[in-house]
Design a protein around this ligand. Structure first.
Ligand SMILES: Nc1ncnc2c1ncn2[C@@H]1O[C@H](COP(=O)(O)OP(=O)(O)OP(=O)(O)O)[C@@H](O)[C@H]1O
Length: 300
């Protein structure tokens, strides 16, 4: 089942279309990585999912029910979220901040204790938040989102500004939350980060969804390079020039070749009496695929 679906979701400000005709499908129990460069419309989309801003057009369906005036409150009760920096009181301790949320939402002590344990903040819960590291603040923000036992967690760039160790902690936390059945939608502009935690990816660029699917599906979109080992690289690169062959130290490389293309290249070499010692297909990296999708690198 899909936990979130959107249909034709669109947001315009004046003449600028910030989110364009988005059809998202977020399957239950996964980490869904919502990836896109800065300014591509991730935050605007997430705010529409949370009913914080009104879509110009399109619909949002959560837990199988369309979000509208009458369903909104009920649906939002099942969603925990962290959009931008967590709103915490610096002069209060972590535990006190959580107590504020507890009162507001009418949560039990057990729910709060569990949330603190999940983000591993029990030891620092009595420290004033002003003295927390950025990573601890983010974890507190996630605890606040988790305390209500949501089915769905929506997090906007939760690893922004964290050091590698902090990023790793959040990554492990989100993977374990998904393992326990909570659906996690998390945005980032860093491909490398998403690649390690998200089973499903949605890639947005200039407000448009340019890819949605599993990592394996993203890989399948790219055609591998063909590496042909031959002692006669000079003639090989000459006869395969129309296919875009480039010489390597022990043969030639052809970029983005499918299976019929592989057969044709080998046939051409054999026809020209060029010895073929080995043929290897080399998968493009996720980074390469990303560049071909967006025209930009992995750190967008
Ligand atoms: N209230 C607004 N009025 C006009 N334009 C806006 C408004 N909010 C956002 N935008 C514009 O919409 C575009 C998308 O912004 P958004 O914050 O959704 O992107 P993002 O992918 O989350 O990027 P970032 O990671 O930088 O927040 C940006 O060009 C931004 O300037």
């Amino acid at each position: 089942m899909d936990i979130i679906t959107t249909s034709g979701l669109t947001k315009t400000y004046g003449r600028a279309t910030v989110v364009a005709d988005l059809d998202l499908r977020v399957p239950e129990g996964c980490v869904y990585g919502f990836l896109g460069p800065n300014g591509s419309g991730k935050s605007t989309t997430m705010k529409m999912l949370l009913s914080l801003i009104q879509p110009t057009a399109g619909t949002v369906t959560v837990f199988g029910e369309e979000m509208n005036r009458s369903s909104r409150r009920r649906l939002l009760a099942g969603i925990g979220s962290l959009i931008e920096a967590p709103s915490v009181y610096g002069h209060l301790t972590g535990a006190e901040n959580l107590r504020v949320v507890q009162k507001l939402l009418g949560l039990t002590d057990a729910q709060v204790t569990k949330a603190l344990a999940t983000v591993r903040l029990e030891k620092q819960k009595d420290k004033v938040v002003r003295n927390y590291s950025l990573g601890m603040k983010q974890r507190l923000g996630i605890a606040m989102a988790l305390a209500r036992d949501p089915r769905l967690l929506i997090l906007d760039e939760p690893t922004n500004g964290l050091d590698p160790a902090g990023i790793e902690e959040i990554r492990e936390l989100l993977i374990s939350l998904a393992g326990s059945g909570i659906t996690v939608m998390v945005s980032s502009h860093l491909l490398a980060e998403m690649e390690k935690m998200a089973q499903v990816l949605g890639i947005i660029d200039h407000g448009r969804l340019i890819f949605q699917g599993t990592r394996a599906e993203l890989f399948a979109r790219s055609l591998p390079d063909l590496l042909i080992e031959t002692p006669d690289a000079v003639r090989a690169s000459s006869v395969l020039e129309p296919a875009g062959a480039r010489r390597t130290h022990d043969g030639v490389r052809l970029t983005g070749i499918d299976q019929p293309g592989t057969a044709a290249a080998v046939a051409t070499l054999v026809r020209n009496d060029i010895a073929v010692h080995a043929v290897r297909r080399e998968q493009q990296s996720l980074e390469d695929i990303f560049i071909s999708l967006t025209g930009r690198g992995g750190d967008l």
